[in-house]
Design a protein around this ligand. Structure first.
Ligand SMILES: [Zn+2]
Length: 253
């Protein structure tokens, strides 16, 4: 049977030559400390793994074909994390230039549909996508932050925010060889002293080194591969349907 998908980290031109693809997927993450027990590249690895599975499912279930790029690791940082070794902050302009080049090249090749699958809370693509919609009216860019799709309470006992039970469980499911629970800190968050900021009357980026000793926000101790598998399965179902509906052009009534 002909492959309908392209994992662009592993496939060759021999696989893609002469084939028509309905859409492309750009997984996007960040490179930053994730408590002491998860890799710097956690957001990158998870966005990539979910994208690959969702593209496969869309091909199997609905016969639409997509390609998944190697993930982008340049994320927007909260100020505190960029003080930590090897943690790189990518500016808005850097991310926008990168995304613009991807869209310009795809457009030349005849593509008209790109999904950004984002796994990093500090990344925000909405205004970039608005600009691209203005520049390329017949090219659809959809941004999805997968960690916002499903309510974490339905899957995890102590949902947190960063290197928490959710991220740790997903890593145990997809990349158990990279999880070192014996090193994990408790991910205890120190809230803002300012009540207005604590109550989210106003927003400002948090200095991460002031809100957590181990960089984690959320206790990872109750994580399990089974929880990760169940959550990942539901996420992949949501993502594959999104890819299918948009790639087929079923957007408006
Ligand atoms: Zn993360």
């Amino acid at each position: 049977m002909e492959p309908k998908t392209a994992n662009l980290s592993t496939c060759s031109y021999g696989d893609t030559k002469g084939r028509i693809y309905d859409y492309a997927v750009l997984p996007w993450g960040a490179l930053e400390p994730h408590n002491y027990h998860l890799p710097y590249a956690t957001d990158v690895l998870l966005s990539h793994a979910l994208s690959l599975e969702a593209v496969e499912k869309a091909a199997d279930d609905w016969n639409v074909s997509g390609g998944v790029f190697p993930p982008v690791w340049l994320g927007s940082q909260n100020p505190g994390q960029w003080d930590l070794p090897f943690c790189i902050h990518a500016r808005y302009e850097t991310q926008k230039a990168l995304l613009g080049d991807v869209v310009a090249s795809l457009y030349r090749q005849g593509f008209r549909c790109l999904f950004i699958v984002n796994g990093h809370g500090g990344n925000s693509f909405k205004n970039m996508v608005r600009d691209l919609a203005f520049d390329y009216p017949d090219f659809t860019v959809v941004a999805v932050s997968w960690f916002t799709i499903l309510p974490h309470d339905d899957y995890f006992e102590e949902p947190g925010e960063h290197a928490d039970e959710m991220e740790t469980s997903l890593m145990m499911h997809y990349h158990p060889e990279h999880v070192r629970m014996e090193m994990a800190g408790e991910g205890r968050e120190k809230p803002f002293a300012a009540r207005s900021l604590k109550e989210k009357v106003g927003w400002m980026p948090r200095n991460w080194t002031k809100i957590s000793d181990d960089t984690g926000v959320g206790n990872p101790m109750k994580s399990s591969a089974e929880k990760g598998k169940r959550y990942a399965g539901d996420l992949v179902a949501k993502l594959s349907l999104l890819f299918t509906e948009v790639a087929k052009g079923d957007i408006y009534i």
